[in-house]
Design a protein around this ligand. Structure first.
Ligand SMILES: Cc1cc2nc3c(=O)[nH]c(=O)nc-3n(C[C@H](O)[C@H](O)[C@H](O)COP(=O)(O)O)c2cc1C
Length: 353
């Protein structure tokens, strides 16, 4: 009962901690024959990596991925695929100070309460270092979905703190800046905002959206295997996620039925407030998901907290941290979208052929 496995038929089990010797995953259920190379996986990992710009943590990991099982002649064999990445740039001394302290807003207190032992170095298992393996496994799912159905998955930064960043959608510019921002005019504003934030020592939240195009109709199942429920669960499993919306999401609250319903014509749906899912089943429209990320909790600005003896202490966090975790979250939400869709395609085939 330790829940380190994700998916029913495309099953991904991740392991490892932020400052342990390595992180990895085992992917069970990959259709045999899928051509994949460590370089292709690495290309996805580089999009998620720290140190891509001054606006993220400056930890620099090579993320050289080894495929140690389930792979022969450049193709998946159908047996468990194991991926391994060594941790090469951990700086555990930065965490000495919080060894006996619980950072407010982080997982230190709850891990301690649950397990009575905690790898405090870099947040241990609660570190977003774990998401590296989601992106690695997601690279396989993403490639398979593209080859099989032409599914294209694209995420973007929709909001950073008070700044809305997708009022203009220039799809081609998303990959050209370190924020995954689709509005080129907003990039200098984001840089200015982030420079001031970093100087102040504070952090900020963000919203990251993702769209999957060419998703076949029929994925997902009533009633406990709804595609939207599984997507929400997948996005909420990402560190620091605090909210998920599908399609119109919370805006549905103020909509009227005549506005929200997506009218159908012979040419197709006229709108997509449903986010591509009706009754838990994909409609063939684009699947659209939005995830809210909270501000980073590890701050050098002092705050009140408790230590493991229950004493009140002043807490100051050292180390290299992301001032806005949402900046690096885009490849992670894309990976979770790919993993859920892949799992649901295999589930659908298992039942319906
Ligand atoms: C891409 C990404 C990077 C993150 N980087 C940091 C970080 O540098 N410092 C930090 O304290 N938390 C960081 N987090 C958030 C923590 O991992 C997370 O807040 C912590 O595990 C507690 O879990 P919760 O916020 O989901 O409750 C990051 C999250 C993501 C998604």
């Amino acid at each position: 009962m330790s829940f380190n496995t994700f998916g029913l038929m495309f099953r991904v089990t991740t392991f490892g901690e932020s400052h342990g010797p390595a992180i990895g995953c085992v992917i069970d259920g990959c259709p045999p024959g899928l051509e994949i190379s460590p370089q292709e996986i690495k290309e996805e990992l580089e999009r998620r990596a720290t140190g891509r710009s001054r606006h993220t943590s400056q930890r620099r990991e090579q993320d050289d991925v080894q495929i140690v099982s389930g792979w022969f002649d450049g193709r998946a064999t159908g047996t468990p695929i194991a991926l391994l990445i060594e941790n090469t740039d951990a700086r555990s001394r930065d965490y000495e100070q919080i060894k006996r302290q619980f950072r407010p807003g982080h997982a230190d207190y709850t891990y301690w309460k649950k397990y009575g032992i905690r790898d405090y170095r870099g947040g241990g298992r609660s570190s977003a270092r774990e998401t590296t393996m989601r992106v690695a496994a997601g690279a396989l799912a993403r490639k398979w979905l593209r080859l099989e159905f032409g599914v294209e998955i694209q995420g973007w930064l929709a909001q950073l703190g008070p700044l809305r960043t997708d009022e203009v959608m220039d799809w081609d510019s998303i990959e050209g800046n370190p924020f995954f921002c689709p509005h080129p005019g907003m990039v200098p504003k984001l840089e200015e905002f982030m420079d001031a934030l970093r100087k102040s020592g504070d952090s900020v939240g963000a919203r990251v959206n993702v769209i999957a195009r060419n998703v076949p109709a029929g994925l997902g199942a009533p009633v406990y295997g709804k595609l939207d429920a599984d997507l929400a669960s997948a996005m909420m499993s990402i560190n620091a996620a605090k909210g998920v919306e599908i399609g119109a999401g919370f805006a549905s609250v103020s909509q009227q039925g005549t506005e929200h319903r997506d009218e159908m014509t012979k040419e197709g749906f006229l709108t997509n407030h449903a986010g591509g899912i009706l009754g838990g089943i994909s409609s063939g429209q684009d699947v659209v998901v939005s995830t809210a990320f909270k501000p980073t909790s590890s701050l050098r600005l002092p705050c009140r907290g408790l230590d493991i003896d229950g004493e009140e202490v002043e807490i100051v966090t050292k180390g290299r941290h992301d001032p806005c975790v949402g900046i690096r979250a885009t490849p992670i939400v894309e990976a979770m979208m790919a993993l859920v869709l892949m799992d649901h395609v295999l589930r659908h085939r298992a039942q319906s052929g």
